[in-house]
Design a protein around this ligand. Structure first.
Ligand code: ATP
Length: 131
């Protein structure tokens, strides 16, 4: 890993470099799944939502809503986790700005999760009524 990598310098496109980047992204997701308890909750919720979707045989239009809601939560959680790691490096000790940064990041996850619950309820409600 090049510690002084210049992010702004144009570089030649390379499929090997792109596939390496893809590998880093997968490693990041795997690390989050291994270490973040909130990610376990999101995984459990995602499994339940997909299970309910299959059980009720929801329409493709409804699958779009469910997938969008789940993706929003996972994206919020990954960004929040990354922010937490950066905060811990920038300021290992207590800092009020870090508290605000972490709390705001957590707030973003909460907003996405609350929206997903609402979308899930609105999507499954008609299927629950019709059995
Ligand atoms: N370095 C720090 N400086 C200031 N406040 C911090 C710092 N680290 C964490 N906090 C704050 O302390 C509180 C608890 O943080 P913590 O990371 O334990 O939250 P949590 O959501 O319970 O964590 P997790 O989801 O990882 O179990 C939060 O309000 C957070 O913003």
């Amino acid at each position: 890993m090049n510690e002084t990598k210049n992010v702004g310098t144009p570089q030649r496109f390379s499929l090997a470099a792109r596939s390496k980047s893809f590998g880093y992204a997968i490693a990041g997701i795997a690390f989050m799944l291994k270490t973040q308890h909130n990610a376990w909750l999101h995984l459990a919720a995602s499994v339940i939502v997909v299970g309910l979707g299959l059980y009720f045989n929801v329409s493709s239009a409804d699958w779009r809503w469910l997938v969008a809601a789940m993706v929003a939560v996972w994206v919020a959680e990954t960004i929040n986790t990354a922010v937490e790691y950066v905060c811990d490096v920038v300021s290992p000790g207590y800092a009020i700005a870090v508290k605000h940064a972490k709390d705001i990041g957590a707030g973003g996850v909460l907003i996405a999760a609350a929206g997903a619950v609402l979308i899930g309820a609105l999507t499954f409600w008609p299927y629950l009524q019709n059995g």
